[in-house]
Ligand binder design. Structure first.
Ligand SMILES: Nc1ncnc2c1ncn2[C@@H]1O[C@H](COP(=O)(O)OP(=O)(O)OP(=O)(O)O)[C@@H](O)[C@H]1O
Ligand SMILES: [Mg+2]
Length: 499
């Protein structure tokens, strides 16, 4: 791709960007949130049309006008925000638009479709029932189905836009295995990710974009993390984890023997004002489920929840909000955002009550002002407050979620994977926000699959394994290996912590 430029409503997203990928390589595309990575790849896969520049395939100009044309040329893309047809089955999704038909009747041959899916899964060593509805799959499984779908097109170029943002451990290893297989078939994989360790593990070469511009391409071994960050950000980041040792106050949240059948059992913990409590564990360990229950999104079977020493019943998010609990989840599309609404509306939506005591004119003005302040405070990269959230880059959508909840002034803030899909500078910014909130006396609970972030930011960490607490460590005892072991189910040296 050469000299690619693209503007949205007059605002440039790409300014003369370029990318060159070779057969059988993993080419990683890096850059901060909003750098233009997804846009460049959407141009390659025919979703967007470039304003300027040229695309060459095997040295020949390729004029890609639609996703259909891209697919015909062997280019397929797995998107950052998965969008399967939820009511369809796994195999229907994979063969959407290319269904195998009966020879004479022209109707879909379901049996054949299922067989093809099963063969594909077998080849890729994926075990998912092809008759399941997409909506019944976990995000990780959906991710695998999307990958299988891309492979099923006989692609020469497969673009993966943050494919591991919703998967961990074993599943990532699985994906990397699949990628190795693709490489050995001569397929070029263009891979977008913010996860440094992953990138260095699989990249053959790396291209950095900044502010829509091409910065540099090198073979991966000629890069180190510091150089990469400097090229991405334009300067070095002095401090990734700005942990402040804040004063701990009284216990704000106390949970006793919380149990939800099949999900988690006997979860007990206390957390104080000014404390950052981490929850570590593997995918499926039950961390998000516990948080959802605390926020009233699901019902507990037994157990007690106390807020500020008083027992409370949390049966719905409204109950939780009334108790000044906020849940900021990892699932931006499902729970956090109204994708079709503007940045302003998303930020001010849950807080409408805050604004209704004003006359309509004043209210509008106040909402606008608040939105602008938040955009500035969190450095949300948006054209203006009226941009539709769906068109923001992934990381910037996450910032909108954060600001929306923080504006509601909660006391107990639960963050579920707060920096998923967020670039390194924005991560540092979010960590800083977390530290400052703790210093202000808020109670922070942070679910994270990134150990460096847990170790860097938390005062204490609880490790879940199969829905149970399998270890608890405080800051002085933090040790990556011990936490990992507890997450994998080994009997952790359980430390009793003074509460
Ligand atoms: N459909 C659209 N309409 C308007 N602006 C858009 C649209 N799509 C992208 N943009 C803008 O283009 C810029 C680049 O966005 P892009 O999604 O390519 O970033 P990214 O590098 O993929 O970031 P992230 O790491 O956060 O996913 C952003 O400022 C974004 O707001
Ligand atoms: Mg993106």
């Amino acid at each position: 791709m050469e000299n690619i430029s693209k503007s949205f409503a007059g605002v440039p997203a790409l300014k003369s960007a370029q990318l060159e990928a070779a057969k059988g390589e993993v080419h990683v595309l890096m850059g901060e949130n909003g750098a233009g990575k997804s846009t460049l790849m959407k141009i390659l896969s025919g979703i967007y049309q470039k304003d300027e520049g040229s695309i060459f395939l095997d040295g020949k100009i390729a004029d890609i006008k639609s996703t259909k044309e891209a697919l015909q040329l062997g280019i397929s893309m797995i998107h950052q925000e998965l969008s399967p047809v939820r009511a369809m089955t796994v195999s229907e999704n994979i063969f959407l638009g290319k269904e195998p038909c009966h020879r004479f009747f022209g109707v879909v041959n379901r049996k054949k479709q299922r067989e093809l899916t099963e063969a594909l899964f077998k080849e890729m060593d994926i075990s998912i029932n092809s008759d399941l509805k997409m909506e019944d799959l976990s995000v990780a499984q959906m991710q695998l189905v999307e990958i299988a779908k891309a492979v099923s097109y006989d692609s020469r170029i497969i673009i993966m836009d943050e494919p591991t943002s919703a998967i961990t451990g074993k599943e990532v290893a699985k994906l990397f295995e699949i990628i190795e297989g693709l490489k050995s078939k001569g397929i070029a994989v263009i891979y977008i990710s913010h996860k440094m360790d992953e990138i260095f593990q699989i990249a053959d070469s790396i291209t950095v974009l900044r502010d829509g511009q091409y910065i540099e391409t090198r073979v991966a071994k000629d890069f180190d993390q510091d150089t990469l960050v400097r090229l991405m950000v334009g300067r070095t980041i002095s401090e990734l984890f700005p942990k402040i040792n804040s004063q701990k106050g009284e216990v704000t949240l106390e949970v006793e023997n919380l149990t939800q059948k099949g999900k988690f059992s006997s979860i007990s913990f206390k957390v104080r004002k000014g404390e950052v409590l981490g929850f570590a564990g593997l995918m499926g360990a039950g961390r998000s489920e516990v948080m959802e229950a605390l926020f009233g999104l699901s019902k507990i079977d037994s157990g007690r929840i106390k807020v500020n020493g008083k027992e409370v019943r949390i049966k719905s998010p409204a109950d939780a909000i009334r108790n000044k609990i906020a849940l900021i989840t990892d699932d931006r599309q499902m729970k956090g955002l109204n994708l079709k609404a503007s940045v302003r509306d998303n930020i001010t939506l849950v807080n409408l009550k805050k604004f209704t005591r004003f006359s309509q004119m004043l209210q509008l003005e106040k909402e606008n002002r608040t939105a602008d302040e938040e955009i500035k405070k969190l450095r949300i990269k948006t054209h203006n407050r009226n941009q539709i959230v769906e068109t923001l880059s992934g990381g910037n959508q996450q910032k909108v979620v954060l600001s929306k909840w923080l504006l509601n002034d909660p006391e107990i803030i639960i963050l579920d994977e707060p920096t998923r899909g967020i670039d390194i500078r924005a991560k540092a910014e979010i960590y800083k926000i977390i530290s400052v909130l703790a210093e202000q006396g808020k109670t922070i609970i942070m679910v994270s699959s990134e150990l460096p972030e847990i170790i860097g930011m938390c005062d204490r960490v609880i490790v879940l394994y199969h829905g149970r607490i399998n270890g608890e460590f405080n800051r002085e005892q933090f040790d990556q290996e011990m936490i990992m072991n507890a997450a994998m189910g080994s009997a952790a040296k359980q430390s009793i912590i003074e509460n």
